[in-house]
Write a protein that binds this ligand. Structure first.
Ligand code: ZN
Ligand code: ZN
Ligand code: ZN
Length: 375
């Protein structure tokens, strides 16, 4: 995997995203969007402040108005360098001045605003105090599909991130597992993700033996033994876009039961993947995967939703879960990751990132889904 750098996003790309966001906010009955540093701000403007501090940085988007980025004066030079900066106006404020008064002048004093989920309470309270007539809703709850449909350039990045995670799996399946601690294998995985181009590692789950029955187990001191099933689930960001894949390997030869449960999860993953097509509901993907596991009598051991969206973060809408009727749209990207967790014994999870195409789905991960044995 050499991996050439992707074509950079342009100011026009960011302008189009900001326009779309402002339009969607207006359609949702909002006076605008207030976006703090984090994934939404990066996606909308290409700007990530050098450090997120108590000093207010806030993007104000409203339909029919020029986007404005409120920034501390000392960080204005960084903000000016952001790729999206030509598409917005900067308003800087110096220490000792009131950033909320500056921001309030940009807002409808009676408006209802969508606020990015990771905005600091400090800042939201400052705005509420300055403009008591305003009200606020979660941006993700108001516009869950804002970042969900990826364009070609984003898909290219997600595919490259997936290929890099796959390359990491191809290497890790050849390292020694037995006798080593989970945390050591996890460190290998993190190093491999970085070697294959990731700038950020979000998680490296290595859950061996009984630990595999806990889907949230990260990696600990447990020494991996012969006979263990080991759930590997790892990912992070490469060129700003996420990877997330799981494979469950076995140290030495598996028992018949271990093989059967692994085959079952593989079949469920395949069924979930085959349910992916434009117009199907998110819950249809969950139902397809879950039915396979339930029909085999393991329904009570599949204890999480089937999948989550991925993009500039590794967990975002849309969610593949019962009750989510959002239709699938070409360009959406999400995980299909059923699992079976047998308390005190072992767990199995198989996860690929899938993107919706014009007539079905395409996997962005393609390593062996059958049982892989390791040493
Ligand atoms: Zn075993
Ligand atoms: Zn995962
Ligand atoms: Zn996942």
């Amino acid at each position: 995997m050499t991996g050439t750098a992707p074509v950079p996003f342009t100011a026009d790309d960011y302008k189009a995203r900001m326009d779309r966001a402002a339009r969607q906010a207006a359609d949702a009955g909002l006076a605008g969007l207030l976006v703090a540093p984090g994934p939404d701000l990066v996606w909308l403007t290409g700007y990530a402040p050098p450090a997120v501090t108590e000093r207010l940085t806030l993007l104000v988007l409203a339909a029919g108005r020029e986007p404005v980025l409120v920034v501390p004066t000392l960080e204005a030079p960084d903000a000016e360098k952001a790729t999206g900066a030509p598409a917005l106006a900067l308003r800087d404020w110096t220490d000792g001045k009131d950033p909320y008064a500056l921001t309030a002048a940009l807002l409808d004093a009676q408006g209802r605003f969508g606020v990015s989920d990771n905005a600091w309470a400090l800042h939201l309270l400052g705005l509420q105090t300055t403009l008591p007539g305003t009200s606020y809703v979660s941006l993700t709850e108001a516009l869950p599909m804002l970042r969900a449909v990826k364009d070609a350039a984003e898909l290219e990045r997600l595919a490259a991130a997936g290929a890099a995670a796959d390359a990491a799996f191809e290497e890790i399946r050849n390292v020694r597992f037995s006798g080593r601690r989970e945390s050591e294998v996890a460190a290998d995985l993190a190093a491999l993700l970085r070697r294959f181009g990731h700038s950020q590692v979000d998680f490296t789950i290595v859950a061996s033996g009984p630990n595999g029955a806990n889907p949230h187990h990260e990696a600990g001191d447990r020494r991996i033994e012969r006979g263990d099933m080991v759930v590997l689930d790892f990912g992070g960001l490469r060129d700003g876009y996420g990877s997330d894949t799981s494979r469950t390997v076995h140290v030495g030869e598996p028992t018949e039961e271990e093989r059967r449960v692994h085959d079952l999860v593989r079949e469920a993953q395949e069924a979930g993947f085959r349910a992916v097509r434009p117009g199907a509901a998110c819950q249809d993907v969950d139902r397809a995967a879950r039915a396979v596991i339930a029909d085999a009598g393991y329904g009570e051991y599949f204890i999480h939703r089937t999948g989550h969206g991925i993009g500039v973060t590794t967990h975002e809408p849309p969610y593949m879960i019962e009750g989510e009727e959002q239709p699938l749209v070409p360009g959406m990207c999400f995980s299909v990751e059923p699992g079976v967790y047998l308390p005190g014994r072992f767990g199995v999870r198989i996860e690929d990132i899938v993107t919706v195409t014009e007539d079905g789905g395409r996997r962005l991960n393609d390593t062996e889904r059958g049982m892989v044995t390791v040493d």
